[in-house]
Design a protein around this ligand. Structure first.
Ligand SMILES: Nc1ncnc2c1ncn2[C@@H]1O[C@H](COP(=O)(O)OP(=O)(O)OP(=O)(O)O)[C@@H](O)[C@H]1O
Length: 351
């Protein structure tokens, strides 16, 4: 049987390589990564590539560490790699226990509520990536908080003093999106009386948040790829390439991989954006967060008012197809329905 082998010199490079080689089976990890803690790295791999078996190398001895393989193939490889055959009987998969501990201790993000394991992992990953230049792709259903996490990444990054520019790719008509993003030179089209910089330029030194990236027209994607990869932008109607220093965070609720398969989204752009994916779970899968979130929104819309136990029960029973946004709207409405009362009751809540 032939194997193909891909080498990476950093955690980010390894993640990029894994994304571009779907179906990879085994990862041989030298834990001395230059950019990520091994526990961080294992946590990301666990989330994005649950099928992948990790073999951890002991850098000093070049042995594969015991208990680090989880499939017959991984065990065979471990045995073949380990001259003293120390790992022939290894069984358990490399569970990122250390990583989960790290996630539990991770500081919260300002204005972001939730203590479910899924949110703790989001906090850990946000803190991990914020200080770097890495492109981040935030995924999750509508209303799960992608926008909020994108802002948090910027707020705790070294770029926080510079602009955070949001472009909603679905909200800007296709014909205008290129000039909005890249700007235009005088005379580029009828009505272009003077040159204008685009939103990419406006984010100089800061972060550009490309929301609903799945709606980026195919015709513009190669230009976006060039900007993300090389930091170069070309204004509409101009041949000059201008260099920019902008970090990109993208978000989508679309199935980007599905769009790639349908040839509606460029594969190379997908892999470039998805170097560091952060996935937000739907609220129905983290229902422990519902009471805290509800209380948070009550404080926002009617400070000092409390939620009755029946109201909390009603909220916890709901499945929240619109996720946190729906919960926010329900509490806003309930706070109006309750009038001057000191508590929000189940009958004030319309689901
Ligand atoms: N964990 C959270 N804590 C506090 N507020 C939250 C949280 N998640 C979402 N929200 C709030 O819910 C609303 C929707 O969140 P947001 O706009 O970030 O979702 P989204 O995933 O970007 O949605 P869309 O895909 O529709 O753009 C916002 O008012 C946001 O502040």
């Amino acid at each position: 049987m032939r194997w193909s082998l891909h080498e990476a010199t950093s955690g980010a490079e390894a993640l990029e390589s894994l994304h571009s080689q779907p179906g990879s089976e085994v990862l041989l990890l030298d834990p001395a990564l230059p950019d990520l803690l091994p526990a961080e790295f294992c946590g990301i791999v666990e989330q994005s590539f649950p099928q992948l078996k990790i073999l951890m190398m002991d850098t000093a001895t070049c042995h594969v560490l015991p208990n680090s393989a989880g499939s017959p193939f991984a065990s065979r490889l471990a045995a073949a790699l380990d001259p003293e055959h120390k790992t022939q009987e290894v069984e358990a998969a490399a569970k990122p226990v250390e990583y989960l501990r790290y996630a539990k201790d991770s500081p919260r993000l300002r204005g972001v509520v939730g203590e479910s394991p899924a949110m703790m992992q989001v906090y850990a990953m946000t803190h991990m990536v914020a200080s770097r230049e890495t492109t981040v792709l935030i995924t999750g259903e509508s209303g799960t908080g992608k926008d909020l996490i994108a802002q948090a990444i910027h707020q705790i990054s070294p770029r926080r003093q510079a602009p955070f520019i949001v472009v909603n790719c679905a909200a800007i008509p296709e014909a205008l999106l290129e000039s909005e993003l890249f700007g235009y030179a005088k005379g580029a089209f009828t009505g272009a009386m003077q040159s204008r910089i685009g939103r990419i330029h406006a984010a100089q030194g800061g972060t550009l948040f490309l929301d609903e990236i799945g709606d980026m027209p195919l015709t513009l994607q190669s230009k976006i790829l060039r900007f993300v990869e090389q930091g170069e932008v070309q204004r509409l109607g101009s041949n000059d390439n201008m260099r920019v220093d902008v970090r990109v965070v993208a978000a989508t609720n679309a199935d980007l991989q599905g769009l790639v398969k349908q040839k509606l989204f460029r594969e190379d752009l997908y892999y470039r954006l998805a170097i560091f994916p952060i996935k937000l779970a739907p609220l129905r899968d983290r229902d422990h967060d519902v009471p805290k979130l509800a209380q948070f929104f009550v404080e926002k819309f009617c400070p000092g008012v409390t939620l009755t136990d029946e109201a909390i029960d009603a909220l916890c029973r709901h499945k929240w197809p619109g996720n946190v946004r729906e919960l926010r709207n329900v509490i806003e409405r309930a706070s109006i329905m309750a009038g001057p009362a000191h508590e929000l009751r189940a009958k004030d809540i319309f689901l």
